[in-house]
Ligand binder design. Structure first.
Ligand code: F6R
Ligand code: MG
Ligand code: MG
Length: 364
């Protein structure tokens, strides 16, 4: 029977400031998920946190975009928001942008990634959780996993990967999508996904079998609300082994802490630091941005895991490099390219300052 793995996430209140999640909020998520498993809505589920975001990892057989699953996630975020309000946590309910649930969580604020699959006899998957960064941040790691032979040896030497992968790219501004086949359309693909603020990889498909290999959340909060309301803090799900890259090939891109948008006030670029759950609480300059990788074996829809991959020592160098890059970028203070370009900053005083200075400009 086809199964669905849905990861739906939201920031419903931070502890302290925007740095982490209060244990009582996480407990509320766990309690609600346990009830949904008990009632039979979900096969299995886990609540996890990265920074100030709550990630509901849910296995079920209702397919993607299921109203009951989405409503359950929304109600769980509401229950967590009540706890956040009681504890006066920071930004309680900040990602819940609509007053009432209207059938689908998409467009309502929370981010979602849903992957439908026919479970193999052994089904390894990795759930990625990001904080202090944006949708589109998985473009570069997905490119490396699924299209770069210097990252993924299987593209060259494995029969099942050699036919390549297709990338579904979403234009976040004009709300349209397109497919690119790699390797033959690599250069065309890169023209778009090299600009992750506008173009985000939503899905990657295995060309040999047509199976979906990876999905990411591409919900952009500022485009939903029409103003800055917080970072998107994306999630992604990747299938591994066999027709898909090996676990180690999926994790390999994160040995370099590539620069993403989302450091301090969503207005600075910073290195994306791979961390274990115990270090997933952005602290310095509200960052650096973090990414956690949780591995699961699916067993008839049960989530066997997680394995907290980035706590491994082999990511120590990436963390060291991230700290070095953060030190270097911070020295630029309010200057680009640490600060984001004027029209991309989430916070700006420009209209007010420009109005104040308007009469003082003169012709050159
Ligand atoms: C939140 C974030 C933080 C905040 C900053 C200011 O995702 O990135 O850096 O933008 O802490 O927050 P406010 O405006 O809520 O005081
Ligand atoms: Mg927050
Ligand atoms: Mg966050």
């Amino acid at each position: 029977m086809p199964q669905t793995l849905s990861v739906i996430k939201a920031d419903i209140g931070g502890y302290v400031g925007h740095s982490a999640m209060h244990p009582e909020v996480l407990d509320t998520g766990r309690e609600e998920l346990a009830k949904a498993v008990q009632s039979g809505l979900l096969i299995d589920a886990q609540a996890q946190a990265c920074g100030d975001d709550l990630f509901l990892i849910m296995s079920h057989d209702h397919g993607a975009d299921d109203e009951a699953v989405h409503r359950f996630a929304w109600d769980t975020f509401l229950a967590g928001t009540e706890v956040a309000k009681r504890l006066h946590l920071y930004g309680a309910g900040q990602d819940l942008l609509t007053d009432a649930f209207s059938g689908n969580i998409r467009g309502a604020g929370p981010g979602s990634a849903e992957l439908e699959l026919e479970e193999r006899p052994s089904e390894p998957v990795i759930v990625f959780m990001g904080d202090k960064t944006s949708s589109g941040s998985f473009n570069l790691p997905f490119y490396k996993m699924f299209a770069d032979p210097f990252n993924t040896a299987g593209l060259v030497i494995s029969e099942s990967l050699h036919a390549g992968f297709s990338f579904e790219v979403h234009d976040l501004k004009d709300h349209r999508k397109i497919m690119f086949n790699t390797p033959e359309e690599l250069y065309d693909l890169l023209v778009f996904i090299g600009s992750p603020g506008r173009y985000a990889v939503k899905r990657v498909v295995t060309r040999s079998s047509g199976e979906v290999a990876a999905v990411s959340s591409t919900d952009k909060l500022s485009m939903i609300a029409g103003r800055y309301v917080g970072k998107d803090d994306p999630t992604a799900i990747v299938r591994c082994q066999g027709n898909f890259p090996a676990v180690g090939e999926v994790l390999e891109p994160f040995t370099t802490p590539y620069i993403v948008e989302g450091f301090m006030r969503g207005s600075h670029y910073g290195p994306w630091m791979p961390v274990g759950l115990a270090q997933a609480h952005p602290t310095r300059f509200d960052g650096p941005p973090r990414v956690v990788a949780l591995g699961f074996q699916l067993a008839d829809g049960k989530l066997v895991g997680p394995r907290d991959f980035f706590e491994d020592v082999s990511f120590d160098n990436a963390r060291r490099e991230a700290n070095d890059v953060a030190d270097f970028l911070r020295k630029h203070g309010p200057f680009e390219p640490h600060r984001m370009p004027l029209d991309e900053m989430e916070y700006t005083t420009m209209p007010a300052v420009a109005a104040k200075m308007a009469s003082r400009w003169s012709e050159l």
